[in-house]
Design a protein around this ligand. Structure first.
Ligand SMILES: Cc1cc2nc3c(=O)[nH]c(=O)nc-3n(C[C@H](O)[C@H](O)[C@H](O)COP(=O)(O)O)c2cc1C
Ligand code: SF4
Length: 442
């Protein structure tokens, strides 16, 4: 290694409290390699022998780490599946962050790029890969600059035996889905392939591919340093550790926070500076998530299990406090149209079902729907659920179905043409402009 070890001071001890993955974040931009190693020491590496690599995977298993990209799959199981392959695998660090309201992956890459790269290199060594690719939303320029600069620093220091490179991913909702991302890296459109072989069997360049969210990799880099028991000191036994969430809407300090899994909504909102006005509902899990009434949302424990128990999903940890000055029906209509436009257009339920559902939600929102439309909408939601090759429609209709429950009174008003209760309403749920969405379906 070209960097003499005595240049660096003793690494800081393991953080006892939060933040963890954000602890090393630079206040004035990304941390340098020197600052990173001062804090954490050199990245540990699993030995080259199979038994050392197995020991590393066992430690990840004991830690209980699950993916932070949305699906929540046990990380050790994926590492094992790829490590078993005969061909040399590839690692993809997924920072595509297709969910429009999520900013956690961008913030992480922008502030602590070396922790993400440590994780990518560790994962590559654990599965026997010699290459790791970091995929970043093409509009996340600061994140790209930070990661590329960090790769340059590591190269100059001769730090890694794994080659690292960055690819731009399209700004599309589906681009971060793992088979779509692999398809894109291979030169195809960023659309899910969703038929076997899956990426872990045959992915980038036809090689077995481990796709792991960038936050998962950063968490892995900390577990490698401080151990599985340390990881479990926060969170719950079934959902240990911390997670990044993006808090938006009627809070004093919207942004990315690191929380212990299971933390109550009330504490998270408090950490985001408290509410700035009356909140009429919460959206948990982003655009594939669910609306909850203000009371149900307030009492929710924020974790995948907590969100599931409330009938929704945690997704990539987006939380929106909807101000009472915003109309949940109009917000829902905007997002449903966006989700209908973002389908890959490969299966009937997406192409026909979601478009028809988006039309009906729009009619209701604009007070031009006969009441029978609401009933028809419920029927269509049932028809589309569980269909489509990649189950994309499931997330979209779950979001709409929760709106029908939580905003039932407003929907009645809108549908019976009595208009919106608000003279003007504040828009909260944003979607990327179509100009940015032209790329990716090539
Ligand atoms: C529609 C859809 C969009 C997704 N978008 C992302 C994304 O932007 N970033 C991400 O890391 N995972 C995303 N995922 C999950 C990935 O398919 C994959 O499970 C994940 O990258 C694996 O990493 P993890 O196990 O570390 O979470 C998406 C999944 C679906 C179904
Ligand atoms: S369900 Fe929709 S998004 Fe998924 S593959 Fe089919 S058309 Fe594409």
């Amino acid at each position: 290694m070209a960097v003499p070890a005595d240049v660096f001071e003793e690494p800081s001890p393991a953080p006892r409290r939060l933040p963890r993955v954000l602890a090393g974040g630079g206040a004035h931009g990304p941390v340098s390699l020197r600052e990173h190693v001062d804090r954490y020491g050199y990245p540990p590496a699993p030995g080259r022998h199979r038994r050392d690599r197995n020991a590393f995977v066992e430690m990840i298993e004991r830690s209980g780490l699950r993916g932070r990209g949305g699906a929540g799959f046990p990380t050790a199981t994926k590492l094992r599946a790829v490590a078993r392959s005969r061909r040399r695998p590839v690692v993809v660090a997924n920072g595509a962050e297709g969910e429009p309201l999520s900013a956690k992956d961008k913030v992480l890459c922008m502030t602590t790029p070396h922790l993400v790269l440590d994780g990518a290199v560790l994962a590559a060594q654990a599965v026997g890969a010699s290459e790791a690719i970091v995929a970043l939303d093409r509009l996340a320029r600061d994140a790209r600059v930070a990661i590329e600069h960090a790769i340059g620093e590591r190269r100059a220091a001769g730090l890694d035996r794994v080659s690292l490179r960055v690819v731009d991913s399209p700004t599309r909702f589906l681009a971060g889905e793992e088979s779509a991302l692999v398809h894109w890296i291979n030169g195809g459109p960023a659309k899910p392939t969703f038929v076997p072989p899956r990426p872990f069997e045959r992915g980038v360049g036809g090689r077995p591919t481990l796709v792991q969210n960038v936050e998962t990799l950063a968490q892995m880099a900390l577990i490698a340093r401080y151990g599985d028991e340390w990881f479990r000191t926060i969170g719950s036994p079934s959902e240990p550790g911390s997670a990044l969430v993006t808090v938006r809407g009627a809070v004093a300090h919207p942004g990315v926070l690191e929380i212990a899994l299971g933390t109550s909504m009330a504490s998270v909102i408090d950490a985001a500076g408290g509410v700035t006005e009356k909140v009429s509902a919460f959206l948990v899990g982003g655009y594939f998530g669910t609306w909850l009434s203000a009371t149900d949302g307030w009492n929710l424990g924020l974790s995948p299990e907590g969100a599931r128990a409330a009938g929704g999903g945690f997704g990539s940890g987006v939380i929106v406090a909807l101000p009472a000055t915003s109309c949940g029906v109009i917000e829902t209509a905007t997002v449903t149209r966006y989700l209908a436009e973002e389908t890959a257009g490969q299966c009937g339920p997406c192409v026909h079902g979601l478009n028809a559902i988006a039309d009906d939600v729009a009619w209701i929102a604009h007070g031009r729907a006969e009441p029978a439309r609401v009933e028809r909408l419920r029927r269509w939601i049932g028809d589309v659920s569980g269909r489509g090759a990649c189950h994309y429609p499931d997330g979209a209709v779950r979001f709409v179905a929760s709106a029908l429950d939580v905003f039932a009174d407003e929907i009645d008003r809108h549908a019976y043409n009595r208009g919106c209760r608000l003279a003007r309403h504040e828009r909260v749920l944003t979607v990327p402009h179509p100009t940015y969405r032209e790329w990716g379906w090539r």
